[in-house]
Ligand binder design. Structure first.
Ligand code: NAD
Ligand code: UDP
Length: 368
């Protein structure tokens, strides 16, 4: 495909049944006339889309490379979302994490290069690792933007040592970015790499024991605590900060990329809302406050917020990113995109969706 825009391209979305995939699929089907091959091993989050004539859902494991190749061949654009992307896995099953985040998408990018397809690959803001101040464990001009505003093309990527296996995911994603870049450089691969900054919204992750097992990402951990009256755990005191980006803004960014192949191909883009930075400790308090407003019957309930060591919570080999705020000037210039949803609105909409989705489970547990 050239850098010009075909009117209704065929899009192959690998990982269409996940959190981001489900929202992106929904939008592509509702806002365009594109035909989609959606690949995933689960479809519970996209049940409402399966009857759409323009969607062919393929229940397929990406380890079946031959079958994946057929759908890549039949498409113009390939969007790669499949991953194990939950920090609780990085230091507990690092081999699987590295395999699915490096080896599988490596196969995919080779197919895209050979077939001259546009690969839109989901990397991660985790590739930045720690900030310079975090790395030096000091206050190194902590509030100077150069030390925490992360730019795609100039900020160094700072990961911890090999035995700190938390970085297995970030390192696999980073190496893949380097291979994608090299394929663009040497073999003319048409690619766009995106680095999401903590997207949140309906359908994110799962509640342990209800529709998944293990430790999900922080938003779902705190929702489990709120819905089922458990403590909200602050890992290492919750001092680290994140930028939380509402999923509708994130999908707007992806649509803007797809709409602008000329300015998006050959680029790496941060996607995040720099105005939405918050420490995890403040996030916990903010979520308790919003939850009580949305469930006035629980206004007098005490929700416990407790500190826990990362070693106790995640096990050996866990380290953390201290702070990550995206520079989004490049994606703004290339596509015109900018985020609109402030942190309170993003949290309110997300919390409301969890309340509605898990209301029956919460009632059953309360009754039993
Ligand atoms: P998700 O876990 O909700 O979605 C991943 C999907 O991949 C799931 O539906 C899963 O069933 C599917 N999958 C896993 N193994 C598979 C296999 N072997 N074959 C076929 N399908 C398989 O994750 P998400 O939050 O939607 O993230 C999507 C992408 O964005 C990932 O690449 C992730 O690394 C990246 N990312 C997301 C965020 C975020 O804030 N959500 C942040 C940084 C990076
Ligand atoms: N975290 C926490 N309590 C939890 C889950 C996570 O304090 O119950 C912290 C975690 O240590 C990290 C931040 O919240 O500092 C964000 O974690 P998440 O799993 O959402 O993903 P990350 O941004 O680290 O990839």
């Amino acid at each position: 495909m050239s850098a010009t825009k075909p009117s209704n391209p065929t899009i192959c979305i690998l990982g269409c049944g996940g959190f981001i995939g489900s929202h992106l699929l929904e939008r592509i089907l509702s806002a365009t006339e594109c035909t989609v091959y959606g690949i995933d091993i689960q479809s519970s989050k996209i049940g409402h889309l399966l009857s759409n004539d323009r969607l062919t859902f393929v229940n397929l494991n990406v380890y079946d490379t031959e079958s994946v190749a057929k759908y890549v061949h039949a498409s113009d654009i390939v969007i790669s979302l499949v991953a194990l992307c939950n920090p609780a896995l990085y230091n507990t099953i690092p081999l699987e994490v590295i395999d699915i985040n490096f080896n599988r998408p490596y196969e995919l990018l080779r197919m895209c290069a050979e077939e001259e397809k546009w690969l839109v690959h989901f990397s991660t803001s985790e590739v930045y690792g720690k900030t310079l101040a975090g790395f030096a464990q000091c206050n190194l001009a902590k509030d100077h933007p150069d030390n925490y505003v992360l730019n795609e093309d100039s900020t160094p990527l700072i990961l911890g040592p090999v035995h700190a296996q938390r970085w297995s995911y970030a390192c696999a994603k980073q190496l893949l970015e380097r291979v994608i870049y090299a394929y663009g450089f040497e073999k003319g691969l048409k690619y766009t790499v995106v680095r999401p900054f903590n997207f949140i919204g309906p359908r994110m992750d799962y509640i342990p024991g209800i529709d998944g097992e293990g430790v999900p990402r922080v938003l779902a951990c705190f929702m489990e605590a709120l819905l089922f009256h458990k403590p909200l755990w602050l890992v290492d005191g919750g001092l680290n900060k994140r930028v939380f980006t509402y999923i509708d803004d994130a999908v707007d960014a992806l649509m803007a990329i797809l709409e602008n192949p000329k300015t998006s191909q050959g680029e790496i883009f941060n996607i995040g809302n720099p105005a939405n930075e918050i420490s995890i400790a403040r996030l916990a308090r903010r979520m308790v406050g919003i939850y009580k407003v949305l469930r006035p019957g629980l206004a007098s309930c005490d929700f416990t917020i407790k500190a826990v060591s990362s070693h106790e919570f995640y096990g050996k080999g866990y380290e953390d990113s201290d702070r990550r705020v995206p520079d989004i000037s490049k994606i703004q210039e290339c596509t015109g995109w900018r985020p609109h949803t402030d942190i309170d609105t993003a949290l309110r909409k997300t919390i409301q969706s969890y309340i509605e989705h898990y209301a029956r489970d919460a009632e059953c547990r309360e009754a039993g």
